[in-house]
Design a protein around this ligand. Structure first.
Ligand code: ADP
Ligand code: MG
Length: 453
């Protein structure tokens, strides 16, 4: 069967399994662009659709593809060459955050910029017994990359500082030697770059980008489980770097051997160097982290409020920061002083369930588009009418305050804007909160919706 006929028969089957409406929205526009090495590359013309396919339909699609073409072992979702969003991968706003000049832009669709968050440093990382070993080993590596502990594998639960430490290594290495070539990617980006290189026959550029760095950091490696094509490619990348004493750092939510669907040859290599974990922090460390955050945010929150929060949120530093942010928003919007009562009111007495945003960050966009009655693509689009700009800025503000997302990440979620646009939007809403009852109302209602109150 040719590729076109194969794709038609796959689509026919998917239409039956996932329902007509969802099929029309998400799968109908997709095209099978190539089958290479047992990997089928399926492309669409928007990043939004691609992410939805990846998150929601990957298993169904893979299942049907395998049933129709048993030689295919994996599917990858990409962006159609020439579509208007293809270039937004290249003009990745995250590249703005890189402390090193981005490598020459040779490719249209492989992500060339290394995303290093400048504020995730060793200085801003609060060390506790839970993270001391991980911190010390990371620091040793930054001082002496490629010589010992190669690779470093950091694992631990969500929101405990793995990503922060990885960026700290990169920042420190570049600080000591500005010529160092570092590349931080999530396993998802690695996979996407790999697909883009397959789809666009740009394997050489991909190799150049990944195999000529002094430090390669790959985050959330569990994402690669069962993606055989990407694992194979990562295996080769790993070997090339390791043989030439370049440093590799990997993070995951569990130890190498516990990642199901990860090839044994990879998990055994991950254990060659050093495997360290990060545990949840104790009360003192949690309080110290909160103090640090207040310092960074330039707000003065009394220690009794920080204690109040730290005694109630235990196992996730992002969540800890979330409660702090929510307290700050509550006190700013209602013009009341910080106090445990205000925190309690901000959380409506439901600390544990309420501390975690109920929705995922990408749902902020959906909630906001519904609230203001505008289409999603307009919300993240470029048209600058008043009806669109205000909800857009509200989205930026909430992503920052409720989800603590970084400017570059928000910039990407918002359809590939510049990170300075996000900073501007956040400040604008912050400034107007005090004087505009409408904005105050909107933010309160939307925050509650997102926190699931
Ligand atoms: P993970 O990658 O383990 O899910 P992150 O590194 O993204 O977690 O951390 C979540 C948030 O908590 C980030 O904003 C990070 O800066 C902060 N954070 C985590 N650990 C610490 C720490 N020990 N000191 C200060 N901030 C921390
Ligand atoms: Mg992380």
């Amino acid at each position: 069967m040719g590729e076109t006929a194969l794709w038609q028969s796959i689509l026919g089957e998917l239409e039956k399994t996932i329902g007509k409406a969802d099929f029309q929205t998400w799968l109908k526009p997709a095209k099978l662009t190539s089958v290479d090495n047992g990997v089928a590359v399926i492309c669409v013309n928007s990043i939004f659709v691609r992410e939805r396919l990846e998150k929601r339909y990957r298993n169904e699609v893979l299942h049907v593809v395998k049933s129709k073409a048993p030689d295919i072992k994996d599917v990858q979702f990409g962006i159609l060459e020439g579509s208007k969003e293809e270039t937004s991968l290249e003009d990745n706003p995250e590249a703005a955050a890189t402390p090193t000049p981005a490598p020459r832009r040779a490719s249209r669709s492989i992500n060339p910029g290394a995303t290093i968050i400048p504020t995730y440093t060793f200085d801003t990382f609060v060390v506790g017994n839970n993270s001391r070993l991980a911190y010390n080993v990371s620091l040793a590596i930054a001082n002496n990359p490629g010589t010992m502990h190669n690779p470093l594998f950091i694992y631990g639960g969500v929101g405990l500082g793995k990503t922060h430490l990885m960026h700290a290594i990169a920042n420190e290495m570049v600080r000591q030697d500005s010529e160092s070539k570092v590349r931080y990617v999530s396993a998802e980006t690695f996979t996407n770059d790999y697909i883009a290189s397959l789809a666009g026959k740009k394997m050489d550029q991909f190799k150049k980008l990944y195999r000529t760095v002094d430090l390669l950091l790959v985050d959330d490696i569990q994402f690669m489980s069962s993606k055989e094509g990407s694992q194979e490619e990562f295996f080769n990348t790993f070997n090339t770097l390791h043989q030439t004493n370049r440093q590799i750092v990997i993070a995951a939510d569990r130890p190498p051997t516990a990642i199901l669907g990860l090839e044994e040859r990879l998990s055994s290599r991950f254990s060659w160097g050093m495997v360290v974990d990060i545990q949840p922090p104790n009360l003192e460390t949690r309080t110290a982290i909160l103090q640090n955050k207040c310092h960074e945010k330039h707000v003065n929150v009394p220690i009794e409020v920080l204690d109040y929060i730290a005694t109630r949120v235990h196992s996730n530093i992002r969540e800890l920061e979330g409660v702090l942010s929510r307290t700050i928003i509550y006190c700013q919007t209602n013009n009341v002083p910080f106090s445990p009562e205000a925190t309690r009111a901000a959380l409506s007495g439901l600390i544990t369930p309420a501390t975690k945003p109920k929705h995922s960050p990408d749902a902020v966009l959906r909630v906001i588009s519904e609230y203001y009655g505008i289409a999603l693509d307009e919300l993240i689009g470029a048209k600058r009418t008043k009806e669109l700009v205000y909800p857009r800025q509200v989205a930026m503000y909430l992503m920052r305050k409720v989800f603590n997302m970084t400017y570059p990440v928000i910039a990407r979620e918002m359809g590939g804007k510049d990170h300075t646009t996000i900073m501007y939007g956040e400040r604008k809403i912050e400034k107007e909160l005090a004087s505009s009852p409408t904005i105050k109302h909107d933010i309160t209602v939307l925050t509650d919706q997102l926190m699931g109150l």
